[in-house]
Design a protein around this ligand. Structure first.
Ligand SMILES: Nc1ncnc2c1ncn2[C@@H]1O[C@H](COP(=O)(O)OP(=O)(O)OP(=O)(O)O)[C@@H](O)[C@H]1O
Ligand SMILES: [Mg+2]
Length: 225
């Protein structure tokens, strides 16, 4: 089964449908990302990059058009099936990290595995493995406010990878980091693409980041340029 493939066809996203301030953020967008592909999505502020990523993430539904994840039309899924697909196939990374404030690094990374219903022993093994992989040993008990930006983003990436998804979707993952820390985070993401053949989609403003990906998708006014 087309592992890690994402196909978008004729995507239209209209916000505030029928209202005077109706706005078409996507105006008919087609995009195919194959298994193991590494793509960046670039374009001016407001061009529809996050909108597109949210549709690919099943966080939002298109006004028209379809998104297929591994051949499955995500619109055909019910809420329960969608949640499972998100939990098991997709990993998300956000510019603002979006960690849960009241939880430690350990608990944040463990959370998707709890939702999946993995037994405690297996969860512990995987969290330990991820803490180690991302150089977060000694930080497992820290809450997000007790971590640096780069550390928070590493926890967020570890959390995104907890259930070993085939697809990683990242919206400005280095936007809140200094150049050097941002480079380290990019190296990590690119390694996951190269070594584990995960499909990687990165929204970025940064030309230097876009240059590191195999495919650059440029969006302007809700369409591919
Ligand atoms: N919930 C919403 N309701 C109304 N309009 C919205 C909503 N979300 C986004 N928009 C509009 O849709 C357009 C695309 O937004 P989007 O967030 O996709 O842009 P972007 O390319 O990610 O920009 P940036 O680089 O600034 O993050 C913008 O003009 C925005 O104002
Ligand atoms: Mg955005």
């Amino acid at each position: 089964m087309n592992n890690g493939e994402i196909v978008c066809t004729g995507l239209v996203k209209t916000y505030n449908v029928g209202q005077p301030n109706e706005f078409k953020a996507l105006r008919g967008l087609d995009l195919t990302l194959s298994e193991g592909e590494c793509a960046s999505i670039i374009g001016p502020s407001g061009s529809g990059k996050s909108t597109l990523l949210n549709l690919m993430s099943c966080l939002d539904t298109p006004t028209e058009g379809e998104v297929y994840i591994e051949g499955i039309d995500i619109n055909s899924l019910n809420g329960f099936e969608k949640a499972r697909l998100r939990r098991e196939k997709l990993g998300f990374i956000f510019q603002q990290f979006n960690l849960i404030r009241g939880m430690t690094s350990y608990e944040n990374i463990e959370l998707p595995m709890r939702f999946k219903g993995l037994p405690p022993k297996e969860r512990k093994k995987r969290v330990t493995e991820l803490l180690d992989l991302f150089g977060l040993e000694g930080k497992e008990r820290n809450k997000p406010t007790e971590l640096s930006g780069g550390e928070q983003q590493r926890v967020a990436i570890a959390r995104a990878l907890a259930n070993n998804p085939k697809i990683i979707l990242a919206d400005e993952p280095t936007g809140n980091l200094d150049t050097k820390t941002g480079e380290k985070i990019m190296d990590l993401l690119l390694r996951l693409n190269q070594e584990e053949k995960k499909t990687l989609v990165i929204v970025t403003h940064d030309q230097r980041i876009a240059q590191q990906t195999c495919k650059v998708v440029e969006i302007q006014d809700g369409r591919i340029k």
